[in-house]
Every structure is written in C-alpha cells, then in structure tokens.
Design a protein around this ligand. Sequence first.
Ligand SMILES: [Zn+2]
Length: 138
Amino acid sequence: MAAMTTEPAPTADRQIPAWASTVGPGWAGLLDQLHRALSALDPAYRIEEFAAKLGGLHVTVADRFVDGEFDGEFADRTTALTDAATIASEHTCEDCGAPGRIRFRGDGVFTWMRCLCDDCRTQPRAVAPSAGSNPASS
Ligand SMILES: [Zn+2]
C-alpha cells in the first residue's frame, strides 16, 4: 500500500540498523536487541525483508549457506528470533515504546493497523493538516 519504499541502496549495510529509521522510534530497543542476537549467530547476517505489516514488525533473514549447503540450523534460530520480535512488536507502541496493542485506524479512504499505546492512540504523531481547513481559533 505504501507509495514509496525506503529500502537502503543495494550496496548499503543490509543489517537492522540500516532499516531502523523506516519504522517508529518506539521499536528502536526491540530492533537493537534483535540485531545483537542475530549478530551473535552470524556477524555477517543479512536482512531479506523488513516491513511493518498489520501493525507488527516482520523481518526475514536471508538464508545462509555453508560450503554450498543450506544452513537449516541457522534458519531455525533466526526464525525463532524474528518471530519473537514480531510478537514483541505487536505489544510495543511503535511511537514511544510503551506497552501497546494493535489498533485499527482509518481516515475514510484508507484503513491501516499500528501498534500503539493509549496515549499515542489519542495523540497520533503529527499528520499534515489538510489544506483549506478552518483554523482552530476561538
Ligand atoms: Zn505510545
């Protein structure tokens, strides 16, 4: 649905820090934790997919091959880590990091899902005001 992708250039670092700014700041700690865990498994791990979908974080780590053989053990371990990050993100406010849950939002044209806490739900991050609307003066 997004009109633009913010993927790093192909030559850019393909690890989590390069993607962290594509999601809300509330998930920074969670991403840092995931990056450390993946780095411990393989300092040269590569992200294949990084997206915020249905209110949660979805990360896929590229398959690893050792001597031409698919490394299933590595795949199992990275999947366990990324699954845990997805579950954690679905309970962490994407804007501020407080405990949150997935909310449905809509503006009459689009509906989307984001994980937010109560405060951020009622005070969403700045949205561009629609041009021509009446100023809120008393
Ligand atoms: Zn929040």
